[in-house]
Design a protein around this ligand. Sequence first.
Ligand SMILES: [Zn+2]
Length: 426
Amino acid sequence: MTTPLILLLICILSAWAVSTLAELLNALRRSPTPPAGLEDIHAPEAYARSQDYASANTRLRVRSDAVLTLATVLLLLFNGLPLADGLAQNAAASLGFGPLGTDLVAGLLFIGGLLLLSQLLQLPFSLYQTFVLEERFGFNRTTPATFILDRIKGLLLGAVIGGTLLSGILWLLHAYGPGAWIGCWALAAVVMFTLQLLAPVMLPLFFRFEPLEQGPLRRDIEQLAQRVGFSLTGLFTVDGSRRSAKGNAFFTGLGNKRRIALFDTLLNDLSRQEIVAVLGHELGHWKLGHIRRTTLVGVLKIGALLWLFSLLLRWESLFTGLGLQPSPHAGLLLFGLLMAPLSLVLDTLHNLLSRRHEFQADRYAAEVTKQPEALASALRKLARQHLANLTPHPLYVALNHSHPPLAQRLAALESLAAQTRHSGSG
Ligand SMILES: [Zn+2]
């Protein structure tokens, strides 16, 4: 075994071990009785189901991670990468483009082929998740036709957007060398902003948007938006119920094209005050600059990663030690594998920032609607609807949760409500 191979295996296996450990610790937190203060979230029978649901999801994720990790390790141990690169180079050469064109096509085939392979490996798990697991717990509303169409649309969008970005990056690196990472960064940032601009156009490929009907709910939401200075250009309901029984709300768009979309599943289960409180939370993210800040952090993160990637491209013995010709596309793949432990750290930091934003948005909603209780009861209902796991392990939360555990959010809202009562009573 060469040093680069050992290094890659250490990176892949250590990241896998940490995330699997978090899954196991999370599973061990299973308890026959709900935690104090959350006894009324689920009925006793539903509480047991919520624990079964969490365990079933854990088993599925642990298995799918193990299969993907094993496949990657086998690919590395049995020289799968030089083989795949050779196949991609030969196929590209047979097309008769010039040298730069051949390199680009070979790179696209190499990365695209390996991504497709990993998608195929994960397909049985996502089929099982949608049609067996979610079905068993009564969440699934996805028909096989919707499932297949979603996959095809996702693959096509991924191929067009990812393929364009990848071609641009490979071209810059082939033409100008590793120093072109700054150009790659600019390109990635442009693609990110374009995606945000195009989201209102792309989401209707997956969901049907209908304007929210006139009535007290619409009036309340419009008043709230006006009060916080949000120029609302569209207020829609979305047929989330066509895929899942779980409710949600989101915003899309940039600048003056902002839309709020409410899942029909949210409208069915929550009261008017609760829906307004949930929107107060979403508007809080906008008002407090969370969306802008998260985008900025994302752009800086991509820049830092591309700079590290440019260093890796200069490390020739890494490629040769694995039997690979140095090339930007092989470098991208090796970078992805070597980054597995750093990705865990970056995800943890990202989740930490996101959970902090969630607390701030909850506080904002409580203050702007003056109804912390309405948000608390909305969160309780959503947790019930999603069969939420009420006992997540802190390591699991740190690695995976962009939202704080329910108990912490309710405690924060309760202390706000207590403050309000206190100041209200003089
Ligand atoms: Zn939020």
